[in-house]
Design a protein. Structure first.
Length: 553
């Protein structure tokens, strides 16, 4: 399929606001896409080259594609950067440069989807000496053969920001519509594979083929998420009595895959961190029987065995060097609490209580290294409150509550797993903008514009936070956010919505100022959530529930 035809569809999607119309457009595209191009087409539509489970990345930032565009078009890099700042869109900036392309190839070739996909795969796999020049050559070849509209979407795919308003939910519904399959079966297959391209390709073969998709070791799935409750009583009313109570550790959630002696560890964001946590991988290798996929929470251990908060181990996630030093400085202990797969069989549809029994048979405890999560089954509010106090006294955040007969639902925030926290109510928010400071902090971002997710999964502003932030945190936030700047207006910078922070507050109020319709009163930044991606942020539904509960109480 010609890449230009795909880009025409992307442009149509970009101009369409209706979810139903977008679904119909995508369904039509899928029906017409040749089988060999289907997986790449779906990946491109979702703004990626690789499926979410893959640890491979294109590894090309805005600077490199701007340089390639400057080489091809004859425009200066400064001119393209100025256009990027004006539009806030790398795609539009590259398209504008290509409209004035001075370099013309006499034997230009039309781009097709297979060629673009193959070149981007080569691009991602280049490393070592001279790789930068080779990447520029590949990008230059693609841009030389691209029309301006093709260049727009090519740039967006490379930096993984499509801006067409098409998310996984629309693609799921489009697959169901294109191939006459129930959306629930498509959703289930996606939950198990974490690969919408594979799901589309398999759905074309029919519902039976789709139902055969299963969990696969070393292909991480999105982790099941919990809803919040205010009291143990509210939790019991939602889950029934009795239910399982577990410590809510203030740590780092992990998904651990093991086959034979091979162990790989993934974060909530599906980043592979086996090297950074090789001590955890070694414990899994030694203490776990059979092939399996486990989930657990890893916490730092301080002096005299004290449990340390999340911040003490969060920097290990990004560390590439001096790993042994980090392991010695802050040893960790992992509490496993669920098992999703065992010796070739998916367990996610089994009841939680049955999965827990299999987990305890599978994992031999190694005190101080790898242990079962501390759990108590009860229907008593008094026992729950005592267990909650016990958990908080040990430095935890509170409790997890789980319905005994509940399945594991990947990637979903479901009502069968709840969390009860001891601290002020907080929200996981996406940083979407910032303001430069003044005086001695003029070189630092000092005020941060934050958002939650609206009904479509897009960021919706809910306020600004500037308190609770130390100089050290400001340095870290500025360093992390500077490469995400998409537009500057005076002291304000717009940011790519990627970084998640936890924000405490005293109250949620109605507000016409912010697009979410709400504002946080006295927000305070608690910490960066390196273990969470933008899709893990709290939703407008959660905000409304809190607002309603506070109004009625």
């Amino acid at each position: 399929m010609e890449f230009a035809a795909l880009c025409e569809t992307f442009a149509l999607l970009e101009e369409t606001s209706s979810r139903l119309e977008k679904t119909a457009i995508v369904a039509s595209l899928l029906s017409e896409t040749p089988e060999g191009d289907l997986e790449a087409t779906v990946s491109f539509m979702l703004g990626s080259v690789f499926p979410p489970w893959s640890t491979e990345k294109v590894g090309v930032g805005e600077k490199l594609i701007i340089k390639a565009a400057a080489d091809v078009s004859g425009r200066t890099e400064r001119e393209i950067v100025d256009m990027l700042r004006e539009t806030g869109d790398i795609g539009r900036a590259i398209e504008h440069a290509m409209e004035h392309k001075r370099q013309v190839q006499f034997m230009a070739h039309h781009l097709d989807v297979a060629r673009v996909h193959a070149d981007l795969l080569r691009l991602a796999r280049l490393e070592g000496k001279g790789s930068q020049d080779k990447k520029l050559k590949i990008l230059g070849g693609l841009l030389t053969n691209a029309s301006p509209p093709e260049a727009r979407y090519l740039a967006r795919i490379v930096v993984e920001t499509m801006r067409t308003g098409v998310a996984e939910g629309i693609v799921r519904d489009a697959i169901a519509r294109a191939y006459g399959i129930e959306a629930s079966r498509v959703e289930h297959a996606f939950m198990l594979s974490n690969d919408m391209g594979l799901v589309a390709h398999t759905a074309r073969e029919g519902p039976e083929a789709l139902d055969a998709i299963s969990l696969t070791p070393f292909r991480p799935v999105r982790m099941m998420a919990a809803q919040k409750v205010q009291t143990a009583k509210e939790g019991f009313e939602a889950l029934g009595r009795p239910c399982a109570l577990e410590y809510k550790y203030d740590g780092f959630r992990m998904q651990m895959h093991k086959v034979g002696d091979r162990v790989e560890i993934f974060t909530r964001r599906l980043e592979e961190v086996s090297t950074q946590f090789r001590d955890v991988a070694e414990a899994v290798r030694e203490c776990v029987d059979g092939d399996c996929i486990l989930e657990g929470e890893t916490i730092g251990i301080g002096e005299e065995g004290a449990w340390l908060p999340f911040q003490h181990i969060s920097r290990r996630i990004r560390r590439k060097y001096h790993i042994e030093e980090a392991i010695e400085t802050v040893p960790v202990m992992t509490h496993v609490f669920d098992i999703l797969y065992k010796d070739g069989e998916s367990l996610i549809d089994r009841p939680f209580q049955e999965r827990r029994a299999i987990l305890e048979e599978t994992v031999r405890e190694a005190p101080g290294r790898l242990v079962h999560s501390i759990m108590h089954i009860t229907g008593s509010e008094q026992e729950a409150e005592a267990f909650f106090a016990e958990s908080v006294a040990k430095g935890n955040e509170g409790l997890m509550l789980k319905r005994l007969d509940s399945p594991y639902v990947p990637g979903m925030r479901v009502g069968t797993m709840l969390k009860l926290k001891s601290v002020l109510e907080s929200l996981d928010c996406i940083v979407i903008g910032a303001e430069w400071g003044s005086g001695r902090r003029a070189h630092l971002m000092g005020t941060f514009h934050i958002a939650i997710l609206d009904e479509t999964g897009a960021p919706a502003a809910i306020g600004k936070v500037a308190t609770g932030i130390t100089d050290e945190m400001l340095e870290e936030l500025t360093r992390r956010l500077r490469p995400r700047i998409t537009k500057e207006e005076g002291t304000y910078v717009a940011l790519a919505p990627d970084l998640v922070v936890e924000v405490a507050y005293e109250e949620i109020q109605r507000s016409p100022t912010y697009e979410s319709g709400f504002a946080l009163r006295f927000p305070r930044l608690l910490r960066l959530r390196d273990d969470k991606g933008p899709g893990d942020a709290d939703s407008i539904i959660r905000v409304f529930e809190i607002f309603e509960n506070d109004t009625l109480s």
